[in-house]
Design a protein around this ligand. Structure first.
Ligand SMILES: C[S@@+](CC[C@H](N)C(=O)[O-])C[C@H]1O[C@@H](n2cnc3c(N)ncnc32)[C@H](O)[C@@H]1O
Ligand SMILES: Nc1nc2[nH]cc(C(=O)O)c2c(=O)[nH]1
Ligand code: SF4
Ligand SMILES: [Mg+2]
Length: 212
């Protein structure tokens, strides 16, 4: 399968933020979100076997692994097998995915981080909302918010699909588009029962650094 990069860093997103984590970034994406911070992953990458990848993960020596991209589920069969192999070796596996492709075949031992693309991303019409039926309580649903209308849209989606009953719900400011404090104030004013999430690796290493 085509791999853009493998690196070990501090997990910057999700409820796992703060933990050492090895990232396997698969190449290619079927979407083009306006705010995307990994545009280099659309085309860059080299062919690697699952065995090669797992060798790198073993050498890193960290029990938490995230499969991301690009869009990892574009290389569907290879990605599903890689997730299963890593789980069988005892790793805790997170799969970060853009919500446009089915998550239902992912091994249930993995934690899915499902990004619901808001109107501000320019990609909300690509969402497969039937994915919500395949969520488990340990999964996370994430909204990257670009402005107030994204925030209102996200609130409506959470309510309409009863997402709080299905998974953990996270709201994150789109870096480069909205100030974190703005989103935080809206959540506080509404007493909204969602988790505010920052990409902490950008505060640790800088917003433009890649491979961290
Ligand atoms: C690069 S994507 C890879 C996985 C998958 N393609 C997706 O979009 O979920 C990983 C996460 O980074 C988020 N992200 C990308 N650019 C961002 C930005 N400028 N600010 C905040 N989050 C961003 C995406 O929304 C997604 O949740
Ligand atoms: N440190 C760090 N944490 C992350 N969590 C999700 C990431 C991603 O790009 O999917 C990411 C990333 O690129 N770096
Ligand atoms: S789906 Fe993910 S990788 Fe693809 S453009 Fe959007 S943020 Fe970037
Ligand atoms: Mg990233």
């Amino acid at each position: 399968m085509k791999i853009c990069e493998i690196f070990t860093s501090i997990q910057g997103e999700s409820t796992y933020a703060g933990l050492p984590c090895t990232f396997v970034r698969l190449s290619g994406c079927n979407l083009r979100c306006r705010y995307c911070d990994t545009k280099y992953s659309y085309y860059e990458g080299v062919e690697m076997s699952a065995e090669d990848i797992i060798g790198h993960v073993r050498a890193a020596g960290v029990p938490l692994v995230e499969i991301t991209g690009g869009e990892p589920l574009l290389q569907q069969q290879d990605a599903l097998l890689l997730v299963r192999d890593l789980l069988n070796e005892g790793y805790e596996v997170l799969v970060e995915t853009n919500g446009s492709l089915s998550i239902c075949e992912i091994d249930k031992r993995a934690v899915i981080i499902l990004d619901v693309k808001t109107p501000g991303s320019g990609m909300s019409n690509q969402m497969d909302f039937s994915n919500f039926d395949c969520l488990k309580p340990s999964d996370e649903v994430k909204f990257v918010v670009c402005d107030r209308s994204d925030y209102d849209w996200a609130k409506d989606v959470v309510a309409e699909f009863r997402l709080k009953e299905k998974a953990k719900v996270l709201f994150s400011p789109a870096v480069g588009t909205i100030q974190p404090a703005e989103l935080a104030r809206w959540i506080i004013n509404d007493k909204l029962d969602v988790r505010f999430n920052l990409q902490i690796h950008k505060y640790i290493f800088g917003p433009e650094e890649r491979g961290v």
